[in-house]
Design a protein around this ligand. Structure first.
Ligand code: PGU
Length: 422
C-alpha cells in the first residue's frame, strides 16, 4: 500500500479541506449571569466590583471555603479506605438520606414511611433538570408555571427538558413586593395537574418571599387545583440563617400528605459551588409509588451523566452526620447570612447619607443573597461604564459580593446613576 495515498487525505494536503463544517455556526451571546463575570475579568480597573454572580465573598472580597468543609476534606484525604469507585446511578446513599432529612426535617413522617425518593444530582441545576426530564416523561400535564421574574436559567432548563413554560405574576415593581393577588389569580387559572415552580426561600432575583400565611394560602390553592409543586431550594440557611426556618415552605407541602418535588443545592449554603453537589427529592403518596418513581429517575440519569461525582457528596455526608461538624456548619452559615444582612444595612445607610433620591427600604426588607434594586438597564450600563460596577442588567446586585470597603463605591455609583443618568 502506498503511504502517500493515505497522507493525501489529510487536512494539510489539499485545498478541498479549507472550509469548516461549522462555518454556519454563529457566535452565541454570553450568559446573562455568568457573562457578567466574563466582562468583569476583562476590565483592568483597580476599583472594579463584581456583584453579578451569586457567590459569597468575605469582607476581604475573597471566595470562602468553610472551615468545616476543610475539616471534612482532611478526613477524606486521611481515610485510606476511601476509594474512587463509581457511585450508584442515584449517588451516595448516605448523602441522599441526610439531604432528605435536611430538607424535610429530621423527624419527617414522609421520610419514615419511605414515600420520599432522593437522588444525588449535579447541584441545583442538575437536580432541576433531572426532575424536569422525569416530569416530561411521566407527568400527565407537561406545563410548568414559573414566577415572573425568576432565575434566568429556569425557563431554559424546563423548555429543554420538554416541558411547556408559562409564567405566573410574582413581583410588583410598584410596591417592590409580592404581587400576591396576581399570583393567586394566575395559579387559579392554571390547568389541573400543571407544575408550579416555587422558590423555597430567598427568591432570586427579587429577594421577596411570601409570608407563612401567604404560603399557607398558596398551598391550599395548589392542593385544591391539583397542581404539582416543584421547589427550588438553592438558599436553605441563607435567607434567615436558620436551616429549619428556610425549609418551612417545603415542609408545609409535605405535612399535608400531598406530593411535590424539591431540588436542593449545596453551592451556597456549604460554599461547594464548583463541586456540583445537590439532590432531587420526589415526595410521593406512598412508598410503593416512590420506589417505582426512583426506578424511572434512574433511567433519566444513566444516559445523562451515568452517575454523580463522589467527592462533594462525601464532604456533605461527613458534615451532616457528625453532630459537632453540623453545629460548626450552622455557625459558619449564620455568619455568612449575617454578613449579607449587615451589607444591606450599610448600603441603605450609605444611600441615605448621600441623600440619594428614592425609597431604598427594600434593600433592608428583601431576603437572601440579592437586592433587586429597581435600577433600570440604562442605569446599570452607566454604573458599569463609569464606575466599573458589574451586575445583571435587571438591576440585581449580589449583596454577598459586597464588603464594608466597597459599599461607598457602590453607593456613589447608584447615586450618580439615579441623579445624573437617564
Ligand atoms: N436555583 C436558583 C434559584 C439559583 O439562584 C441558582 C444559582 C441555582 C438554582 C443553581 O445553582 P447550582 O450552582 O446549580 O446549585 N444562581 C446563582 C449562581 C449563578 C448561576 O446563575 O448559576 C445566580 O447568581 O443567580
Amino acid at each position: 500500500m502506498d503511504p502517500n495515498h493515505t497522507i493525501s487525505a489529510s487536512a494539510t494536503s489539499g485545498s478541498d479541506f479549507g472550509g469548516s463544517v461549522f462555518d454556519h455556526v454563529v457566535q452565541a451571546p454570553e450568559d446573562p449571569i455568568l457573562g457578567v463575570t466574563v466582562a468583569y475579568n476583562k476590565d483592568p480597573s483597580p476599583v472594579k466590583l463584581n456583584l453579578g454572580v451569586g457567590a459569597y465573598r468575605t469582607e476581604e472580597g475573597k471566595p470562602l471555603v468553610l472551615n468545616v468543609v476543610r475539616r471534612a476534606e482532611q478526613l477524606l484525604v486521611n481515610d485510606r479506605s476511601r476509594v474512587k469507585e463509581y457511585l450508584p446511578i442515584v449517588g451516595l446513599a448516605e448523602f441522599n438520606k441526610l439531604s432528605a432529612k435536611l430538607m424535610f426535617g429530621a423527624d419527617s413522617p414522609a421520610i419514615q414511611v419511605k414515600r420520599v425518593t432522593t437522588v444525588q444530582c449535579l447541584s441545583g441545576t442538575g437536580s432541576l433538570r433531572v426532575g424536569a426530564e422525569f416530569l416530561a416523561r411521566h407527568h400527565h400535564q407537561r406545563t410548568i408555571y414559573i414566577p415572573q421574574p425568576t432565575w434566568g436559567n429556569h425557563g431554559k432548563i424546563f423548555t429543554l427538558a420538554g416541558l411547556s413554560v408559562k409564567t405566573y405574576r410574582y413581583y410588583d415593581p410598584a410596591t417592590r413586593g409580592l404581587n400576591f393577588q396576581g399570583l393567586l389569580e394566575d395559579l387559579s387559572l392554571a390547568p389541573s395537574g400543571a407544575i408550579v415552580l416555587l422558590h423555597a426561600c430567598a427568591h432570586n432575583p427579587t429577594g421577596v418571599d411570601p409570608t407563612l400565611q401567604q404560603w399557607e394560602q398558596i398551598r391550599q390553592l395548589i392542593r385544591l387545583k391539583g397542581l404539582l409543586p416543584f421547589f427550588d431550594s438553592a438558599y436553605q440557611g441563607f435567607a434567615s440563617g436558620s436551616l429549619d426556618a428556610d425549609a418551612q415552605s417545603v415542609r408545609m407541602f409535605v405535612a399535608d400528605g400531598g406530593e411535590c418535588l424539591a431540588a436542593q443545592s449545596y453551592a451556597k449554603n456549604m460554599g461547594l459551588y464548583g463541586e456540583r453537589v445537590g439532590a432531587l427529592s420526589i415526595v410521593c403518596k406512598t412508598a410503593d409509588v416512590a420506589s417505582r418513581v426512583e426506578s424511572q429517575v434512574k433511567l433519566v440519569i444513566r444516559p445523562m451523566f451515568s452517575n454523580p461525582p463522589i467527592h462533594g457528596a462525601s464532604i456533605v455526608a461527613i458534615i451532616l452526620k457528625n453532630r459537632d461538624m453540623y453545629n460548626e456548619w450552622t455557625v459558619e452559615l449564620k455568619a455568612m447570612a449575617d454578613r449579607i444582612i449587615s451589607m444591606r444595612q450599610q448600603l441603605f445607610d450609605a444611600l441615605r447619607a448621600r441623600g440619594t433620591p428614592g425609597d431604598w427600604n427594600h434593600i433592608l426588607k428583601q431576603i437572601g443573597m440579592f437586592t433587586f434594586t429597581g435600577l433600570n438597564t440604562a442605569q446599570v450600563a452607566f454604573m458599569t461604564k463609569e464606575y466599573h460596577v458589574y451586575m445583571t442588567s435587571d438591576g440585581r446586585i449580589s449583596m454577598a459580593g459586597l464588603s464594608s470597603k466597597t459599599v461607598p463605591h457602590l453607593a456613589d455609583a447608584i447615586h450618580a446613576a439615579v441623579t445624573r443618568a437617564i
